[in-house]
Design a protein around this ligand. Structure first.
Ligand code: URA
Length: 237
């Protein structure tokens, strides 16, 4: 159960202050009955009408953290009928992924129906760090490391790398495991970074978004974010 003015404000039709005014003016109906009481509690089942417009049932905000498996599309639907990240979430709310991971990339992705939070997380100026574990071809030499430290020019724009660590080197197979943190959201950015220093990515997984870590979420598993985590994500603005 939530306070009526909060639900109206969360639905995006107006601010909480304006919602309070509308309620006092008798312009809000719950289940076809005018409600003038501020703080009246409503649930998802209630039909809320604000100034003649019925609010969508989607007013309940939901936030999920999924460990996306390989071979899954980061969108709400796919014209080729491939599985999408939304298929993994058991909810009656229409959620969408915040940003995208490539079809063959695994790891963390947030799904929500909260457009405001999605915009905060996606806006480049907020520089939300995302950490990936990349298995790459070859072993990094001094020059590669210097280039990563200086940032890599991708499509004429420099991509700065917040941090990177060599987690493992396989001298036999000539592969390396690199943990890399960037704040950029450009498509295929990690693959492009390593391609440009001639160490193509073999496997990629996102292991952290801001402070959210993969923890013990197995491939295909998800959990709801806590209110505290959602507030913390909002505070990254
Ligand atoms: N960078 C990539 O190259 N692929 C992803 O899926 C995410 C970041």
């Amino acid at each position: 159960m939530e306070r009526l003015q909060k639900v109206i404000a969360n639905s995006g039709v107006t601010s909480r202050r304006k919602a309070e005014i509308l309620i006092k003016e008798g312009k809000v109906k719950v289940n076809n009955e005018v409600i003038k009481e501020l703080g009246f509690k409503v649930s998802r089942e209630d039909i809320i009408e604000v100034d003649g417009t019925v609010l969508s049932k989607e007013f309940v905000k939901k936030y999920y953290l999924l460990n996306k498996p390989r071979g899954v599309i980061s969108s709400v639907s796919d014209d080729k009928n491939r599985p999408t990240v939304v298929d993994y979430i058991d909810t009656d709310v229409r959620v969408f992924p915040v940003g995208r991971l490539d079809y063959d990339t695994t790891g963390l992705i947030i799904l929500t129906n909260d457009g405001e939070l999605s915009n905060i997380l996606m806006h480049p100026s907020h520089e939300i760090p995302k950490t990936y574990m990349a298995k790459i071809e070859g072993l990094l030499n001094k020059d590669d490391i210097e280039r990563l430290k200086r940032g890599i020019l991708i499509d004429n724009r420099r991509c700065m790398i917040s941090d990177f660590k060599i987690r493992d080197k396989n001298f036999e197979k000539k592969t390396s495991l690199i943990e890399i943190t960037i704040t950029e959201g450009r498509n295929h950015i990690v693959k492009k970074i390593f391609e440009s220093i001639k160490h193509p990515v073999i496997r990629l997984s996102r292991i952290k978004i801001a402070f959210l870590e993969i923890g013990n979420l197995k491939s295909g598993e998800y959990r709801e974010l806590t209110i505290k985590e959602v507030k913390k994500l909002y505070s990254l603005k």
